[in-house]
Write a protein that binds this ligand. Sequence first.
Ligand code: RNT
Ligand code: ZN
Length: 416
Amino acid sequence: MNRYEQAKEMFAKYGVDTEQAIAKLAGIPISVHCWQGDDVVGFDGAGGASGGIQTTGNYPGRARTPEELMADIRLAFSLMTGKLRLNLHASYAMLGKDAGKVDRDAYRPEHFAPWVKLAKEMGLDGIDFNPTFFSHPKMKDGLSLSSPDEETRKFWIRHGQACIRIAEYLAEEMGSHCLVNIWIPDGLKDVPADRLTPRLRLKDSLDEILSIEYDKEKVRVAVESKVFGIGLESYTVGSNEFYQNYAATRGICCLLDNGHYHPTEVVSDKIPSLLAFYDKVALHVTRGVRWDSDHVVLFEDELKEICKEIVRNGATEKVMIGLDYFDASINRISAWVVGERNMDKALLYALLQPNDTLKKMQDEANFTEQMVLQEEMKTLPYGDVWEEYLRRNNFAGADWFEKVRDYERKVLKERK
Ligand code: RNT
Ligand code: ZN
């Protein structure tokens, strides 16, 4: 008997079918962000990331052009597993002859056609999209949709509307919905004099964005809250309560980024709370460390807990999983791949739990056995099932890093 067969028997003793888990894992879509490859810089000339987010580190090899980023994406995605989607930001528009002439409030679908071509060539499941309300001269005093300056606010409303139109095109081209995720950095460093009015302006701006006609099956709009930003520690206009109420009353959905809450709040507990009210929940899976989010996703307890909530509630179609991290201190392709593979590993871990037995124990108040079983499960041979999953689906095994090292030597090192 090989290691997988032994593992299969061990899991079966707990009523867990490893075959089912392997089959299910391959079909769960993960939307992979394009912005790990270039430190969230984008192509529309705005420069480095701003708006309360920061990429730190200067590891050589940042993708500086669309060609470089696309080449990196091809390599990174080839080392990832399962059903993949591409998550773009509006700042990755490929403007061509419109460069310097067309601003973000007038971006058109054609500016993203090369991305569609790439996604189709790579056989991706779909493309998701994010308006870019940061890193741009039209941000006034750090504010976009909540700005008191009407001209500024209107510019960003037009940007949001343009993005919905682009998303509709992306969905049509890919034959799969497009998630449009709205995150704005708007906030204040220090004690506000008015917390309400900026929120009322944001509410109004969002209503205006959503007032255009669009196909709600194809375009799924989400709003992403945050409790802080770097340099915006005291007040964030788009808070959790603001967006949850907004989404609930407007028929759109919430996006939960697990790096955006107080350190003891957990997204694993928020997912089932939202599932009680929403048909869809979107995620940005990241890793927060002390005061900042966006570290590479590791195979940690909270990630496993998040995946358990998705899997045991039968919500793999309801929860739209996306990744969001950017580390410039290590090889960026490696960062990308490590995070995505950990997402998959954690999903597999959740698929290999005796979820029904555990639920029954909870309902019967059999907490002693529930704890014993939960702890027993932790040391089962997940690694052997993971290896089998990789083998069957022709994914690179533990030696994937060799390919990254090789690419670093041949390609990344040449980027000066
Ligand atoms: C920032 C948000 C947001 C961004 C990306 C680049 O804190 O998480 O989602 O990371 O849009
Ligand atoms: Zn995010």
